[in-house]
Design a protein around this ligand. Structure first.
Ligand code: DX5
Ligand code: ZN
Length: 227
């Protein structure tokens, strides 16, 4: 059994629902509000039904913050774009195991590009798919909504999925981070943290909530620490 490590909870605001007309200011507000990283949801309109942005926006965000950039590629054949996102300033690149035919080679290429390597699972993808690749990655992302949009409902079975993925990682890669993405807010952030997520993506709870970015982040931090 791998060691149960004490991992501080990291909060990674997703810019998906930020005001793109003021993106640099929105990112700076997240940094000032105590965010641990910026999560960038890249979608191609094929793997995910929505089209968002590419390397140019990642580069703009890179210029707007010193925080790590957690790039989530919801893109078919993401291996085609690894160099471009690494060049744009990504700190970590996460690809969907459903989107690439040769996952081990794709992970190798992410590492060779100088980025931390992440693997994302869609809600219906079984955790057993992680078994062989888990020793090679720095992060596993459990999607708790279907890829595409911010503001969706948290899929309740994701909590037990987090617990089971954490157990698998404790056995095969104890230092690997576990990230949850979608439908997380003050009402359930303690729950996902208690069940193994140590990197938590929050979009609409930060950018479309009632308060300022700083107030929303403080609320989330307080709720996360309440576990
Ligand atoms: C879905 C996106 C969202 C986003 C978080 O494709 O990945 O999960 O990051 O959005 P909220 O926190 O609003 O669900
Ligand atoms: Zn994401």
């Amino acid at each position: 059994m791998g060691s149960r490590m004490n991992r501080p909870t990291q909060i990674a605001p997703s810019i998906l629902t930020a005001d793109f007309g003021r993106l640099a200011a929105e990112v700076a507000a997240a940094e000032a509000g105590g965010a641990d990283a910026i999560h960038l949801d890249v979608m191609d309109g094929r793997f995910a039904p929505n089209i968002t942005f590419g390397p140019a926006v990642v580069a703009a965000v890179r210029a707007a913050t010193t925080l790590p950039l957690d790039v989530h590629l919801m893109v078919e054949e993401p291996e085609r774009y690894l160099a471009a996102f690494a060049q744009a300033g990504a700190t970590g690149i996460t690809v969907h195991l459903e989107a690439t035919r040769h996952l081990h080679r794709t992970v190798q290429h992410i590492v060779e590009s100088g980025c931390r390597a992440g693997i994302a699972l869609n809600p219906a993808s079984p955790i057993e798919c992680l078994r062989e690749i888990s020793p090679f990655v720095d992060l596993v992302l459990v999607m708790s909504v279907n890829p595409g949009y911010g503001g969706q409902q948290f899929i309740e079975t994701s909590t037990s999925k987090l617990r089971r993925v954490r157990k698998l990682l404790d056995e095969f890669n104890p230092t690997c981070d576990l990230e949850v993405d979608g439908g997380v807010g003050p009402h359930n952030i303690a729950d996902v943290a208690r069940n193994g997520a140590n990197v938590i993506v929050v979009g609409s709870a930060v950018y479309n909530g009632d308060g300022t970015v700083a107030e929303n982040l403080a609320l989330l931090r307080k709720a996360a620490d309440a576990r």
